[in-house]
Design a protein around this ligand. Structure first.
Ligand SMILES: Nc1ncnc2c1ncn2[C@@H]1O[C@H](COP(=O)(O)OP(=O)(O)OP(=O)(O)O)[C@@H](O)[C@H]1O
Ligand code: SF4
Ligand SMILES: [Mg+2]
Length: 322
């Protein structure tokens, strides 16, 4: 059974159609990377999945419970199952609380253990995230950015959730510590086996951490595939453009690579284009694309999903660059 199953999720902020019908699942112990340009709705999706914002419509099944429309009271005990790490630890940690109390907060909230077992658990968690036990008495401002994000990770995992949403957990950090925090999340995930929705702009991080990848564009998913399949041969024209823009570690490959430059900006989610939402920017669009919404459907032998009229059922796709 999937730890997370999202069905036709819609989240509108007034006229803003931030998430407009997204379905996806994450299996036990699996990391799903969620990528897409700024404003595509990734954070909103993560916030809906953790019920930090009310959902407009659709379902969010976490371990068999649909949390999308539960009352606060009925949701509270289920919150143990999932948690989130935000982008910026400086704003997500209460500056007046000691690190130990921050990490123990989910335990107190869910009445897990007594004072002494909670203290022991905090010490254990600090060790797991690579911090010293005495830091339990420190305040967030006494820590570096990287250390603060380690505290956020410890807090998110303290009640042993089966689902972690990580929303660009390293992008607010100093470049020099980004890799170590990413490594930490990867190590803990392998060790503890939680399922993870990993939101990022960083394709190298996705390649490192995720087993599957979902690509979002203007409130909808355009492609979902295993990491290996996606990086070896992205099918959706938007995914091809996105991947072609990412820097390659190998400078020779980088120089010889053809970059697909998209014209224009992401259109407004207030009034998304009809048909394929990507059609105004798609280099290979045909007339049909402006009128008919392409369904996200299985293509090719592996069950990868793509939403494009030009991708054939056997998985063959238009190549935008040689
Ligand atoms: N509270 C809100 N009220 C109104 N509009 C919102 C709100 N939160 C997000 N939006 C809008 O919803 C859309 C999706 O935003 P979201 O933050 O989910 O995108 P994102 O993919 O996370 O972008 P980024 O990569 O920049 O973090 C944007 O157009 C944004 O302006
Ligand atoms: S459906 Fe049409 S516009 Fe959309 S990605 Fe495919 S070819 Fe481009
Ligand atoms: Mg975001």
């Amino acid at each position: 059974m999937s730890v997370l199953e999202v069905v036709e999720l819609v989240k509108h902020f007034g006229p803003v159609r931030a998430v407009d019908g997204v379905s996806l699942h994450i299996d036990k112990g699996e990391v799903l990377g969620l990528v897409g340009e700024s404003g595509s709705g990734k954070t909103t999706l993560g916030r809906c999945v953790t019920r930090l914002v009310p959902v407009t419509s659709g379902q969010v099944w976490v371990n068999g419970n649909d949390i999308a429309h539960l009352s606060r009271r009925r949701l509270r005990p289920l919150r143990r199952d999932f948690n989130i790490v935000f982008q910026d630890p400086s704003s997500s940690l209460d500056p007046r609380m000691r690190v130990g109390d921050i990490i123990a907060e989910p335990l107190r909230l869910h009445r897990i253990g007594d004072r002494s077992t909670r203290r022991a658990r905090v010490a254990e968690l600090l060790g797991q995230v690579g911090l010293q036990a005495e830091m339990a008495r420190w305040y967030p401002h006494e820590l570096s950015g990287g250390q603060r994000q380690r505290v956020s990770v410890a807090r998110a995992l303290s009640a042993a959730p089966s689902l972690l949403v990580a929303d660009e957990p390293t992008s607010a950090l100093d470049v020099s510590v980004q890799a170590s925090v990413l490594n930490l999340i990867g190590r803990l995930q392998a060790e503890l086996g939680f399922a993870c929705l990993f939101v990022t702009h960083d394709l190298a991080a996705v390649e490192f951490l995720a087993q599957r990848v979902a690509v979002m564009y203007l409130g909808v998913l355009v492609e979902v595939a295993t990491r290996d399949e996606l990086f070896a041969g992205p099918r959706h024209p938007y995914t091809q453009a996105l991947l072609s823009a990412a820097p390659l570690p190998d400078p020779v490959a980088q120089r010889s690579r053809q970059r697909i430059v998209l014209s224009g900006e992401v259109p407004s989610p207030v009034d998304p284009p009809p048909g394929c939402r990507f059609h105004p920017r798609c280099p290979v669009a045909i007339d049909r694309c402006a009128v008919e919404v392409p369904a996200l459907r299985p293509v090719g032998p592996s069950g990868a999903l793509t939403a494009c009229h030009l991708v054939a059922d056997d998985g063959s796709a238009p190549r935008l660059a040689a």
